[in-house]
Each structure stands twice: as structure tokens, then as C-alpha cells.
Design a protein around this ligand. Sequence first.
Ligand code: GUN
Length: 284
Amino acid sequence: MTAQLLDGVALGQQLRAGFKQRADQLAAQGTRPGLAVILVGEDAASQVYVRNKVNACAQAGIHSEKYVFAPDVAPQVVFDKIAELNADPKIHGILVQLPLPRHFDADAVLEAIAAQKDVDGFRAENVGALMQGQPCFIPCTPYGAMKFLESAGISVKGKEAVVVGRSNIVGKPMAMLLMHAGATVTVCHSQTKDLKAHCLRADILVAAIGRPKMITGDMVKPGAVVIDVGINRMADGKLCGDVDFESAREVASYITPVPGGVGPMTITMLLANTLESAERSASA
Ligand code: GUN
């Protein structure tokens, strides 16, 4: 079997076409949706992600503002900017690109974002609401992964789902979303014994470890749906995921490629959350 591709560029474009209409409609009523993106430091990957987010906003009719700070900036400068953006009616979403430099308390920075503008869904309040099944905003990467399943008509109810990785940004919220959708969820991580045995039980396998090509075809159950959240740069400059695509695609029923899978969907769902925030603000 060769797996069908879950194409994040195509699905993203399809969804974003609808977003443009919603953004223009809101603007006609006096509320142009707005996103502020804060980048601290010079991490090359973060610079690319932020550029892609800002470009995606422009295409979707969403106003964006980018604030770039030097790696050694005093945290108070960033807190002051967040406070200013919290009070700015043109801004409906605030995103602080992670990781932050070591001298920052990342949790404190995320908590400084107003709850109604936390379009990443990273604040503790949002995380708690997600656990209760009532999130204000769903974190963009797991949200995008769920959209793949929904758009391909893949039923989650009663399935065995295995999430490899337990980060706050992906692994934990992904597990929660799959559980709410009716899957029986296992979360594996660096201390998991016999990772392969767990992966082989998965009808839906989500790889979010940050280790290039760690999940190989012999770890995939025949017919499984494989969602690869990893983006790793190889020595030759090429990008690859946490899944060994070539071997896994021969076993899986569906698989996301890297690049062109989860990455574009993360940005798409950021736009979705920003729009939703603007719509809430306009109808408040
Ligand atoms: N760094 C890696 N992924 C993300 C994300 O989804 N949001 C933010 N703010 N930073 C990230």
C-alpha cells in the first residue's frame, strides 16, 4: 500500500479562501482583523516562521504587525509591548514566537497576553479550558492536525491514537483533542520503554518529537494515519520530519509530508483563530 498524501498546502489554501471572505466582510463592518507577531532574537527557523505568518495574514486580508527585538533585549521591553498590544483595538491576536532567549521566563510572557487575544492558545487559562473541552483558542498545530483528519473524513471515535512527544505546544494539546474526539490516547516520550510496540498499536500516529526520521515504516501499523509534526533541517539543508517518510508511506493509509503538511496548516489555524477573535470582538 502507498499512503494517500494529506496535503497541507492544498487544504490550507481551501480554508484560507474562506478566511479572506470573512476578513473582508468584517472589515466592511469596521473591524479589519489584526495579528501582532513578536520575535525576540535571531533564530533562523523562527525568522522563517514569522515571515510566513505575516505573509499569510496579508493574503487572507488580515492586518499584521511584526515586532522584532534583539536577543539581549530586557524582558520588560517585551512586556511593555504586550501591554500596549493588549490595549490596541486594531489587534485581535498576539503571538510571541517561541523559543524565547534563556533570560526570558516564557510562561510569564505568555501569561501577559490578554486571554481574548491568545490566538496560540498557550495561556494556562486556555490550556485548562482545553482540558475541559471548552477552549477559547485551540493551539494551532494540533488544531491543524485535527483538520486533516476531519477533511479526509477519517473517523477518530474508538480509534487507538498514539502521540509521540509531550510538549505543551503540540503533544499535550494534541492528546487532549484526540481524546475529546473519542480516541483512546497514549502519549509516548523520551522515557517510554518500547516505543515501537506502542506505535504499532496506533490507528492514528502523531509524531512530535523533534528528532529527524525517528519513526520508521516498521513502527507503523498497516493502514495507520500518520501525522508528522516535525520539521528538522538535515546537514544537506533539506527539511525532513520526525517520520521516515519513504518507509512509512509504504505502510500507512494516509501521511502528511514535510514540508507541505502540518507546517502550512499551523499557519492556517493561526489565521482561523485570529479571525475568530476579531469576530468575537466585533459582536461583543
Ligand atoms: N514555535 C514553534 N511553534 C510555535 C507556535 O505554534 N507558536 C509560537 N508562538 N511559537 C512556536
